[in-house]
Design a protein around this ligand. Structure first.
Ligand SMILES: NC(=O)c1ccc[n+]([C@@H]2O[C@H](COP(=O)([O-])OP(=O)(O)OC[C@H]3O[C@@H](n4cnc5c(N)ncnc54)[C@H](O)[C@@H]3O)[C@@H](O)[C@H]2O)c1
Length: 268
């Protein structure tokens, strides 16, 4: 039987660590070729450790050991020149992009009346506008081939309110709007668009938030109060498994919808 992943190409943003890295490796294990984009440096906001060039190189090496090629790109999703160069280089090398995982994101706490404009703009520009900045450059390639899947990594904060995270929640609800609208625009081209909504995930983001807040990673996870299943958080690999499924042909009639991986949290 033909392997559906053979020849396929996934562009993953925020790929150097956390859920992006786990998803890149999970797709690579299926045989998918990878373009791994990450800002690969720490930004003044949110201030915790983001990806690094070394982390991107490590991912590329691990993919190669799995027998698939991985192109690492140090690029900020807010930078159109860098994003366009990434997309063009990926298509030049691999000939196509089948899967886009818009995953790059930041998080930080702040009461709405205390947030600075810098914080608001960084949050919305990276988490929401960044997804569009990348997708608009990838879409024409998918449309030309009449095939593709775009996955937007939102959050449980994209389906509920969260105190001290209004700017984060706004960016994540925004991704639902993008998902549904792009699904309408792209269905005639056989392109599916789905948003993912994980509960707290055990990643460097959670560690970074803990450091900023002077709390333990466990306390940060418990703030989102209340996974139904008895776990403080889920692992990046749990999200990666959902990414592989949603990107696969098994999910061929799933589009425009919200895929929740929340250990039951939103049931409360
Ligand atoms: N960790 C959680 O609890 C959690 C829960 C639900 C959703 N999410 C979302 O999942 C996504 C991945 O989060 P994670 O937990 O893996 O975080 P993470 O910090 O471990 O990884 C995020 C990656 O995105 C990259 N990145 C940040 N800003 C970027 C930019 N401007 N351009 C390019 N790359 C950039 C970082 O360098 C980093 O490698 C984010 O969108 C996040 O909001 C996280």
């Amino acid at each position: 039987m033909a392997n559906e992943w053979e020849g396929r190409v996934a562009l993953i943003t925020g790929a150097a660590q956390g859920q992006g890295r786990a998803s890149a490796l999970a797709l690579a294990r299926e045989g998918c070729r990878i373009a791994a984009l990450d800002v690969a440096k720490t930004l003044s906001y949110p201030g915790y450790n983001l990806g690094s060039p070394q982390a991107l190189e490590t991912l590329a090496d691990e993919c190669r050991r799995l027998g698939v090629e991985c192109l690492p790109f140090a690029a900020d999703v807010r930078d159109d020149a860098a994003v366009s160069a990434t997309v063009n280089a990926t298509v030049a090398r691999f000939g196509r992009i089948d899967i886009l995982f818009n995953n790059a994101g930041i998080c930080a706490y702040g009461l709405a009346h205390e947030l600075t404009e810098e914080a608001w703009d960084a949050m919305l520009d990276i988490n929401l506008k960044g997804a569009w900045m990348v997708a608009r450059r990838v879409m024409p390639h998918m449309m030309a081939r009449k095939a593709g899947v775009i996955l937007n990594n939102s959050s449980i904060a994209g389906l509920r309110g969260m105190a001290r995270l209004s700017h984060y929640a706004a960016s994540k609800w925004g991704l639902v709007g993008l998902t549904k609208s792009w699904a309408l625009e792209l269905a005639p081209y056989n392109i599916r668009v789905v948003s993912l909504h994980p509960t707290g995930v055990n990643t460097p983001m959670n560690d970074g938030l803990a450091a900023l807040e002077g709390a333990t990673p466990q306390e940060i996870a418990e703030r989102s109060a209340g996974n139904l299943l008895p776990v403080p958080w889920i692992e990046a690999e749990d999200v990666a498994a959902a990414v592989v499924f949603l990107a696969s042909d098994k999910a061929r009639f799933i589009t425009g919808s919200q895929f929740v991986v929340d250990a039951g949290l939103l049931t409360r």
